[in-house]
Design a protein around this ligand. Sequence first.
Ligand SMILES: [Zn+2]
Length: 321
Amino acid sequence: MQHTVAKNIPLTDIGLHSGVETTMTIKPAEADTGIVIVRSDVTDRDNVIPVRYDNVIDTRLCTVVGNDAGVTVGTVEHIMAALRACDIDNAILEMDGPEIPIYDGSSRPFMKAIDAAGVKALAAPRRAIRITKEVRVEDGDKWVVLKPGVGSSFDVTIDFENKSIGTQNAKLDLYTQDFESQMSDARTFGFLHEVNALRQQGLALGGSLENAVVIDGDKIMNPEGTRYDNEFARHKLLDAVGDIYLAGGVILGQYESFKAGHAMNNKALRALFAQPEAFEIVDLFVDRTIHPCTSSIEKRTNLFDQNASQDEKSIVPSEAA
Ligand SMILES: [Zn+2]
C-alpha cells in the first residue's frame, strides 16, 4: 500500500542558505502523486515542482529543484530523507518561500512532526525501483555505486583532511535498522572559513550554530560538540537517503559512496535511469516490520490486518531479494 500523511503538517523556520523564513505545510495527497512542491507565493506562473532527480538544477551545497518556469526550492534533501524513512510516497509540500525550513539541520524535526500527525495508507500498491545491474559514477576520487542487493542499504565513507572530521563511515539498512534513532538527528556541517565566500554568493545566509555544526580550523565551534563520533558521515548518509528518494520511489538495492555529495547522488540517479536494463519496477506489498515513526506502527499494522490478504501479510521485506 502507498502512504501519505494523515493531515496537514505546518512547519515554519528559516532556510539555511536563503535565511528567509518559510512555512512549509506537508499535505495529504492521492496515490501516485509522488512528492510535489507547490510555491503558494508564486502566482504569475507555473508554481508546481515534482521533487524528482530530473528536476534537480543545482547541487553546489544543497539539492535544489526547479521547473521550466524558473521556480525553484532549495535544500530538499533533509525533508526527503524524513519522508523516505516514514514511508510517505505521496505528499504536497505547500511553501510560501524558496527553501525548505532548516530547523536543527537534521531530519528529526520532520520525522517527529510526521509521526505526531500520523501516516495514512492509500488503496494502491506501493512500487519500488529494484536495482538489477551495478551502476557506478565517478568524479576524480569520488564515487557512488548503486548495486543489486537485499533491503535498501546505504554505506557512506567520507575523507576530509580536516582533523575534526578525518575519515568516517556510516552504514544503515532502512529495512532492518532504525533510521530515526541512528541517523535522523545528524546535523549538516560547514567550515567557518568558507562562510564569508558563501555569503557573497547569497548562500549560508541563515546558517548558525543552531542549525549546523561549524568547524573553525580543526575545532568544532558548537559548545555542545557533536552528537556522534561520526556525525558527519551519518549526516552524509541522511543526505544520500534524501537525495536518492528523488528517484520517485523506494530503491531496493545497495548504495555505497566515497567522498560523495549531492552532485554525485544526482549523477548516480541520472546514470541509473539512463540504463533501462539496470533496474525494474516492482510492487512492494509490505513495507517492513520495524518502523521509525513509532506511533504509526500500530495504526499501520491495524490497516494491514484489516485490508491485507494473508499472503501479503506473510511477505517479509526481503521480498526484494
Ligand atoms: Zn544535508
